[in-house]
Write a protein that binds this ligand. Structure first.
Ligand code: GLA
Length: 737
């Protein structure tokens, strides 16, 4: 494994046993893209893979006789014979936007550098992989462009980013700076995006890639419910288990663009980065600009192979801190149990019942601070409401700990209600445009996190509470998109920076909190899953997947989320029926069977359940404690999609492959249907597995190739006391004998 540079051909080959990534310094000094895919043997030159022949009508690069229009490139610019959308654009003081970045030098070193102020994957030492740093320079502008490529030992993944440095003596304006761009030699792919809205995040949308531009993006200031900064290209013949798949994931939480442009020669240009729409960054002399990181994954083991690479990488080399490798506590959150209607006594009663059933962490959600009796006031006033909580957070957290549980707290630190002490004291601290009205979302405005003094003030308030109280967990919410984005603290020619500066401010606050309170488990949230992205996972190893806690809807949401993100990162709770989002009734067993595949918890008042239901809850919690290591840290396989079938299934297999937990979900009941089997994955073929409820063993090869019989009463397999309903489900536990 490694990165080689061939002097004679001026080619870089990054490879490990899974992937190869090959770049050429072309005759004009720019970078050509030769190959990204399954590992191939190294050779002195792959130059023949570059198309340089002049075509009719082509505008030719002077002195070189070829057109960039037909050349596959690494970080392309517009206006000098390439007419596709570029990776970068720089506005100069004479009004020109042309650039010509040519090769200057390279460095290869073990390990991976940190990206200052930005989330990124990491290597713990220099043996975990290698980094290639290529420096290019636009000689006319005297601006440097440094492209970073890191390849991880043993993983089919390359992490990329770009940095601009300006030693030129005068300012330029970067109007486009993607994290990655890669030109693929054909367009024989299905494009997959993960889209939705509040309460139906990350639904899987597939379509054939076509000539022209296909893209998803966010302009909302957060990655959004609507589209996710992660896309997949798969060969049309590839499926969950076999075939070539490419995944492109952006480690960023703000406005993004993920795009594939297929030209009329069927070359596919994929790019991912900060959304150039309404973005401008003034790069003064002596300053640098670092883009966020993008992770590119290649799998020849289908969609599951691609996802498993991202799961491993993001679980172990993006998430950080003491919680990274720890199973997550079973929690109970009071939001759907009480909404804003609570006092200390009520909370302690809810917590006591939770403790009796085995819950380990009690989380107090919205409503504990300032004058927060509804969502129209109080945000920004991070001190406890002592009418509700006479002993403050300190007193309540001590009471909860005295019950033998940990205590967690909800915050929404980026926001302010106009009806708050903070806003009354600092009306200019909200993002708002001079002379324009400010739109409110959920009665709140967005604090100007591009300003250090704002972030410092919020830090001081919340750090005060965390220092004096016993808080083990924070749910960090963000409940509206950004509008009228403008900062009173920056000059007119820097207003195009504010969206990015905002998210850098969010990252800086997260970083301070996790450095100073390293034992706290953070869960990110944005009206459910509006900021479920790789950027957040660097700070908060888990994220509230969706406000929709209906079990049937959650199967789709968790299934879609699992394409790009690990099971352990998905907050998943059992809630009451009728469900508060859909008013649907689903069996308590099914609500548990879905929520097991995540960071598990409850979102209801257990005191309101019957004794029989409490018994089920106690069994669920005991089950989760027994199997959470396998479920949260095992290898996860999607087996059957809820987007295409009435029956969905997935499974997690332990690292030693000796234990597996299968989740099997039937949405609507059916009658007199076929005799069913589900082919399992990832087992040891020669090992016998005891399947718990069948009280019978089967060889791994039978379970994988003939399948596990999953037929239920609807195919005549009824046995006393067992019948199917709508939203029926089952968990199978397999243990090697
Ligand atoms: C958002 C979150 C919910 C809950 C509420 C509280 O909607 O997604 O889980 O915390 O805010 O106001």
């Amino acid at each position: 494994m490694g990165i080689v540079f061939h002097e004679s051909s001026r080619e870089f080959h990054l490879y490990n046993h899974k992937v190869s990534y090959i770049i050429k310094i072309m005759e004009n000094g720019q970078l050509g893209q030769l190959y990204f895919g399954k590992r191939i043997h190294d050779r002195e030159s792959f130059g023949h893979l570059l198309e340089l022949a002049a075509r009719p009508m082509a505008a030719l690069q002077q002195d070189f006789g070829f057109s960039l229009e037909h050349v596959r490139q690494e970080y392309p610019s517009y206006g000098t014979t390439d007419f596709r959308l570029p990776a970068l654009e720089i506005l100069q003081d004479n009004g020109s936007r042309l650039t010509n970045f040519t090769y200057e030098s390279y460095r290869i070193f073990g390990g991976k550098p940190v990206l200052c102020g930005l989330p990124a994957t990491y290597m713990e030492d220099e043996k975990e992989g290698d980094t290639l740093e290529i420096t290019l320079r636009d000689k006319l502008l005297n601006i440097k462009l440094i492209l970073l490529y890191s390849i991880f030992e043993g993983e089919g993944a390359v992490a990329r980013s770009a940095r601009f440095e300006n030693p030129s003596g005068k300012a330029v304006w970067i109007t486009r700076a993607m994290s990655m761009s890669v030109d693929l030699p054909d367009c024989d792919y299905d494009w997959i995006q993960f889209s939705g809205a509040w309460s139906r995040e990350r639904h899987v949308k597939v379509r054939r890639l076509e000539q022209g531009i296909q893209a998803v993006s966010s302009t909302r200031g957060h990655s959004s419910h609507n589209h996710n900064p992660f896309i997949v290209l798969k060969r049309p013949t590839a499926d969950e288990f076999q075939g070539e798949v490419l995944g492109f994931s952006l480690v960023y939480s703000g406005n993004f663009l993920a795009q594939a442009e297929v030209d009329t020669y069927n070359v596919t240009r994929v790019m991912l980065g900060i959304n150039p729409f309404s973005f401008t960054w003034k790069l003064e002399s002596g300053q640098s600009f670092q883009t966020p990181e993008a992770v590119m994954v290649y799998s020849d083991q289908g969609l599951n192979g691609m996802s498993q690479t991202l799961h491993r990488l993001y679980r172990t080399r993006l998430a950080r801190g003491v919680w990274r490798d720890k199973v997550r506590p079973v929690l109970l959150n009071n939001w759907e149990a009480t909404y804003f209607d609570f006092n200390e006594e009520k909370l302690v009663d809810i917590a006591k019942a939770a403790k009796e059933d085995g819950v380990e962490l009690f989380v107090l959600d919205d409503g504990w601070f300032g004058a927060r009796s509804s969502d129209s006031s109080g945000l920004g006033d991070w001190y406890a409401n002592t009418e509700r909580l006479p002993g403050g957070i300190k007193g309540l957290s001590e009471k909860i700990e005295a019950l033998g549980m940990k205590f967690g707290l909800w915050v929404e630190l980026e926001m302010v209600n106009p009806d708050s002490d903070l806003y009354r004291a600092h009306p200019d601290w909200a993002l708002q445009t001079p002379g324009r009205t400010s739109s409110q979302g959920r009665n709140q405005l967005v604090l100007d996190f591009s300003r250090k003094e704002v972030v410092d003030c919020i830090y001081d308030m919340i750090a005060g509470i965390l220092s004096e109280s016993k808080v083990s967990y924070i749910k960090w919410d963000m409940n509206r998109s950004i509008t009228e984005c403008y900062s009173a603290a920056f000059p007119p020619d820097r207003q195009g920076e504010i969206f990015h500066r905002y998210i850098l401010g969010v990252y800086s606050l997260y970083e301070r909190l996790i450095q100073n309170f390293p034992e706290i488990l953070f869960e990110s949230c944005a009206s459910g899953g509006a900021r479920f992205d790789a950027g957040m996972l660097f700070y908060a190893p888990q994220c509230w997947t969706s406000d929709d806690s209906d079990a049937a809807e959650r199967i789709k949401i968790q299934y879609g989320t699992s394409f790009g993100y690990p099971v352990v990162s998905m907050g998943a709770h059992v809630s009451a029926v009728p469900n508060h989002q859909l008013f649907r009734f689903t069996p308590l067993e099914t609500r548990g069977n879905v929520a097991y595949f995540g960071a598990f918890g409850y979102e209801l008042d257990l005191q309101k359940l019957s004794e029989d239901e409490r018994k089920i809850v106690r069994d669920q919690i005991a089950f989760m404690k027994q199997y959470r290591e396998v479920i949260q840290f095992g290898t996860f396989y999607r087996l059957q999609s809820p987007f295409e079938n009435n029956i969905a299934a997935w499974m997690s297999v332990s690292e030693d492959k000796k234990t597996a937990v299968v989740g099997y979900y039937k949405i609507l009941n059916d009658v007199n249907c076929e005799f069913r089997r589900m082919k399992l994955k990832g087992l040891l073929p020669d090992v016998r597995y005891l399947v718990d409820d069948k009280k019978e063993w089967f060889y791994g090869d039978e379970l994988m190739h003939a399948g596990l019989v999953t037929s239920d009463p609807s195919s005549g397999q009824a046995y006393p006391g067992n019948h199917c309903t709508d939203f029926w489900s089952k968990i199978y536990v397999l243990k090697a004998q």
